[in-house]
Write a protein that binds this ligand. Sequence first.
Ligand code: 5GP
Length: 116
Amino acid sequence: MYDENNIFAKIIRGEIPCDKVYEDGDVSFFKDINPIAKVHVLGIPKSQCVDFSDFISKNTPTTISEFFRKTNLVIKKLGITKDGYKVISNSGTNGGQEVPHFHIHILGGEKVNLSI
Ligand code: 5GP
């Protein structure tokens, strides 16, 4: 069940400010409020989806690929392509997800000390 009062839903509705990197009618990319790397940007679709699996199952292949195509545009805009980066999505309790709206973390700008 999607919680319409989660933080990212409030950001989408403009109820909470954020430092935007890219936005259009379908997606928003903005800086994480508590960055763990020099570059730490979050990317979200504006449609209601709780996590990665929910996003994939509720959307068309075009919508899904557009989200990741735009993610790549943002990565280029951030200037982190050459030195590298991480793209991470946490899902559910075991994944350590805090905000129940599907999002990706883009991390870079320095060596990112997160290993899997
Ligand atoms: P998760 O643990 O759910 O994958 O990541 C949620 C992320 O959202 C965290 O990195 C956290 O710092 C970030 N975050 C939480 N609240 C806000 C907020 O109000 N604004 C922004 N820009 N980021 C937030």
